[in-house]
Design a protein around this ligand. Sequence first.
Ligand code: NDP
Length: 331
Amino acid sequence: SREVVLKHRIETKPVPTHFEIVERIVPDHPGDGKLLVRILYLTFDPYLGQAIRGQHMGEPHPDAGEPLPGYCVAEVVASGDSRFAKGDHVVGQAGWGEFGMMDAAGARKVDPSLGLAVHLGLLGTPGLTAWAGVTQLARVSQGDVFTIDAAAGAVGGTAGQLAKILGARAVGIAGGPEKCAQARDVYGFDDCIDYRQPDWIKALTAATGGGPSVHFENVGASVLLPVLSSLRIYGRVVLCGLAEHYHADGPRPTMPIGTIIGKRAHMLGLVVYDFFPRLAEWVAFATPHIKAGRLVELRDVSEGIDTAPQQFDRLLQGNNLGKTLVRVDPS
Ligand code: NDP
């Protein structure tokens, strides 16, 4: 089995040359509490860049040759836990390889009838993050004007569709015309503003009829600070991600406290870990919408485990268009 690992431990932004592909012998039996799995899809999420360089709050710092962090959807080949059987489809962590070893305690069975990749995006952590921010923190409802950046991405696309389902007007913010077109055409945002254009904040204020009542932040200061100045009085702001700051090794942005006071704004910090116990609630809500075509997902997929370093880099450069995945077993 082939596996992607680090050549050496790193403390800087990961780049493709930090990784190598090694051959591993697949054991016959996983041992107690473990699952031997055939990996079908790997998902790449922005936090992995920080985890791999040892800067993420909840993740260990991987060493050379160790299994890399991140979730996959996989098929159980052999089980060391009576709750799982050969042939089950599971989501869990098993490294970046063709086969891997998964802790049964951290694995969950998934229903393949809706597809497999969906359990890493819409029905996985990005979908849960969007649901948590939109419905549990900001409590978006009819009459709200909702904005979100990284709108063509996994969290952004789901959050925009959810806001629409709940009766809000949704205006995306994304980097470049192609991403904006996808946000409008695939996710159904009412509008999408390209924040690489000059005067984009004027265009956003116009597209929102005087500024958003709810803003969901995924990128960082270059978007958040102008949007705060456009926010309606008593607006709510979900602080979810800082994609532009994760590897920009300068000082972190400071908050414009005066503007927040003047706007009477509610700032709502989101950590998806708090909502992991409620994944089933989100899946039950989302499934009928997926079946009816009201919740869709754009995927940015590469083929084969050897494409993993380049595909990961695509995400870390912000060049991904939708949920970033590697289809490990294209058969
Ligand atoms: P995306 O698929 O949205 O990919 C990240 C996007 O961030 C890029 O496509 C890009 O979109 C944007 N971006 C802007 N500047 C940069 C930069 N300098 N480097 C890289 N990307 C940049 O990712 P997800 O949907 O998976 O995640 C969205 C955000 O939500 C991330 O910040 C992530 O860390 C956060 N998150 C937070 C969670 C929490 O618990 N708080 C849980 C899950 C995700 P564009 O070109 O349109 O700007």
